[in-house]
Ligand binder design. Structure first.
Ligand code: HEM
Length: 434
């Protein structure tokens, strides 16, 4: 893999920077942390705001001010590592990704300046109000169909399979332009990407995931080639129009054909997995707090505020990464060039210096949107508006149709072991028959 490839695995787990406080006994992959990261993240933050996690080889940053400083200084804290596997890859998986035709390039979250800004001009246009408006109608229609099916199958229901997984996947696939008949196949390739870049899969699992990524990349390339010959009203066609108008990146403004293919490759995962988690997390927060759920049912216009507080209180993304490009100091700790950094959103989103009574979920909280769950600065999440819209629509529909909705009592939630994305694997719901 070359330096501009989409995923680059580290050669080894990095050593601690000299003088940096260290934790040898904690990893974000620990079972108790996966089950409930918040009390542990708060204790870690209170002990050492910046520390090295030995098992992970990353320096962990826990305070909002420090995390924002990192995001706002991309020259020193580069994002080039955000899509990389955290641990070295097994040889067999590396061989799969070494295929001559596996050559997606870094384009958005992991591309440095000035290229990132050049490409973002085009991708931002794709999220125009006109396209989001058109998607909103489709979203409401599809959410209604999926909800009708869930209700018709009767209580109880498993929400991930019924709505939280299919809805965001279908929305982002239509946004890109993938045909509906390919949905099941594409979903099977993207689902386990989380394990590849943010988990610790076994060598056999890595190989299976790598094969899925290779198949998916080949599919993206074929799809973009079909769109090159025959445009439609979708994001991919817009990118191809932009490429036709200005195909040469070397002039500082154009977008290359490979970059178009790579944006398509990257956006499908970014666009559905954390939204699935957000849809579940809104219900995990609201349904046990019956007074706030009842308020929402009486006044569905509170849905947007409920989504925002969920993004703070129980985010679908509890961390993100950076790597230092030169020696620097953060939170009083000296960091050499090449230090891998884990920004701990779970700690910052519950920081008492930033949020009053941070461990209370409150849909009336002022400035809940001070959370860091979509990042900040030049890489701020491009799909934040889309994610908020999907979660709001799903909540409005559920509150309107199923006011008696509740979590099935006694269910044990499980969370896929990874350092960044957080939503339950399954969420069982029940309601009274009308
Ligand atoms: C709840 C759902 C979501 C969460 C929590 C989330 C979170 C994030 C975060 C933390 C970043 C990195 C920001 C930074 O480095 O400063 C990011 C970047 C990004 N997100 Fe999202 N995201 C979500 C949904 C989406 C959706 C629906 C899409 C697209 C359809 C999307 C597309 C992107 C892209 C393209 C970037 C890279 C932007 C850039 O580098 O310029 N995300 N997201």
């Amino acid at each position: 893999m070359t330096s501009n490839t989409y995923h680059q695995a580290p050669d080894a787990v990095a050593a601690a920077p000299p003088g940096c406080p260290m934790h040898t006994g904690w990893s974000p992959l620990d079972e108790d942390y996966l089950a409930d990261p918040y009390p542990i993240a708060a204790a870690l933050r209170d002990e050492h705001p910046v520390f090295y996690a030995a098992g992970l080889g990353h320096v962990v940053v826990t305070k909002m001010d420090d995390i924002e400083a990192v995001f706002m200084n991309p020259d020193v804290f580069a994002s080039t590592n955000v899509q990389d596997p955290i641990f070295p890859l097994a040889d067999e998986a590396a061989a799969v990704l070494g295929a001559d035709d596996f050559d997606p390039v870094a384009v958005m979250s992991n591309r440095p300046e000035p290229d990132h800004a050049r490409i973002r001009v085009y991708t931002r246009q794709g999220f125009s109000n006109r396209r989001l408006k058109a998607l909103e109608e489709y979203m409401r229609e599809r959410a209604t169909v999926l909800l009708d099916q869930m209700i018709a199958s009767g209580s109880p229901a498993e929400y991930v399979a019924a709505l939280a997984f299919p809805l965001p996947a279908e929305i982002v696939f239509r946004f890109i332009g993938f045909p509906p008949e390919d949905d099941a196949m594409i979903k099977s390739w993207c689902g386990n990407r989380k394990a590849f870049s943010w988990g610790q899969p076994s060598p056999a699992e890595q190989t299976a995931i790598a094969n899925g990524m290779l198949d998916y990349w080949r599919y993206c390339r074929d799809f973009v080639a079909r769109r090159r010959d025959r445009r439609a009203d979708d994001f991919t066609s817009e990118l191809l129009d932009a490429h036709d108008a200005d195909p040469d990146p070397s002039n500082g403004t154009g977008i290359s054909y490979r970059e178009v293919e790579s944006v398509v490759y990257g956006i499908s995962f970014a666009g559905h997995d954390p939204v699935t988690a957000l849809l579940c997390n809104t219900l995990r927060c609201l349904l046990p707090r019956r007074d706030q759920w009842a308020e929402l049912c009486a006044d569905p216009s509170l849905a947007a505020a409920a989504v925002e507080e969920t993004l703070r209180f129980e985010s679908s993304q509890v961390s993100w990464r950076r790597i230092t490009t030169r020696p620097t100091t953060l939170g009083g700790v000296d960091l050499p060039a090449g230090t891998r950094i884990l920004l701990n959103f779970a700690a910052a989103n519950h920081e008492p210096d930033v949020f009053d009574d941070p461990d209370t979920f409150d849909i009336h909280r002022e400035k809940a949107n001070r959370h860091i769950s979509f990042g900040k600065g030049i890489h701020f999440c491009l799909g934040a508006g889309l994610a908020r819209m999907e979660a709001r629509i799903a909540l409005e529909l559920l509150a309107g149709r199923l006011p008696s909705l509740r979590l099935v009592e006694g269910q044990q939630l499980s969370f896929f072991p990874n350092i960044t994305f957080r939503g339950p694997d399954e969420l069982h719901l029940e309601w009274d028959a009308s």
